[in-house]
Ligand binder design. Structure first.
Ligand code: HEC
Length: 157
């Protein structure tokens, strides 16, 4: 019994100490995705889906849930965001060349079609992120249209 008590106490101390390390928050002000929106011009319904279900991990601004203030959840979320942004960041669209933009949109279509994105763990806690067939179709249609424009842009003169 004594040992068990010590183990619990040690775990408690570790948990408390963990709270002192806070990963840097992913927060941007203003129109951080202006280039992306201007170039791909998503209709309002598609824009709303992207903002509500993709921006948290694929832009420079995350709307954090309250439990992000608790370690180790905060570490875990921070890791997802870093990882997601590394693959695709709508806030840094201007850094991609035309070919890459086209390719990223191709991946968006693949990920949404296969249901891999938004991540399952995310849809458990964000009900709105469980996309309906109509929502998926709207994203895919918009992405295809934007790809066609970028491809036109890539054709030799
Ligand atoms: C909870 C965080 C999270 C959310 C929300 C999210 N993603 Fe992702 N996304 C990731 C992570 C992490 C990766 C890296 C993929 C991997 O290595 O498994 C990724 C990768 C991707 C990729 C790149 C795949 C590649 O091969 O490079 C695309 C495209 C993508 N996501 C699209 C979306 C779209 C579209 C949405 C919204 C409908 C979305 N994601 C929502 C975390 C997220």
């Amino acid at each position: 019994m004594k040992i068990l008590k010590k183990v619990w106490l040690a775990l408690l101390v570790i948990f408390v100490l963990m709270q002192f390390y806070r990963p840097e928050k992913n927060i941007a002000q203003g129109e951080h995705t202006a280039t992306f929106l201007a170039e791909t011009n998503p209709p309002p319904n598609v824009k709303a889906i992207l903002v509500q279900t993709c921006y948290d991990c694929h832009s420079n601004n995350t709307v954090y849930p309250w439990y992000d203030n608790i370690a180790p959840v905060s570490y875990w979320l921070s890791d997802h965001i870093k990882h997601g942004k590394g693959h695709l960041n709508f806030s840094e669209w201007e850094a991609y060349d035309t070919k890459k933009k086209d390719h990223k949109l191709e991946e968006v279509i693949e990920m949404v079609e296969s249901g891999e994105m938004p991540l399952k763990e995310y849809t458990w806690t964000h009900e709105k992120a469980q996309l309906t067939t109509e929502q998926r179709d709207a994203i895919i249609e918009w992405a295809k249209r934007s790809r066609a424009l970028y491809q036109l842009d890539q054709q030799p003169e």
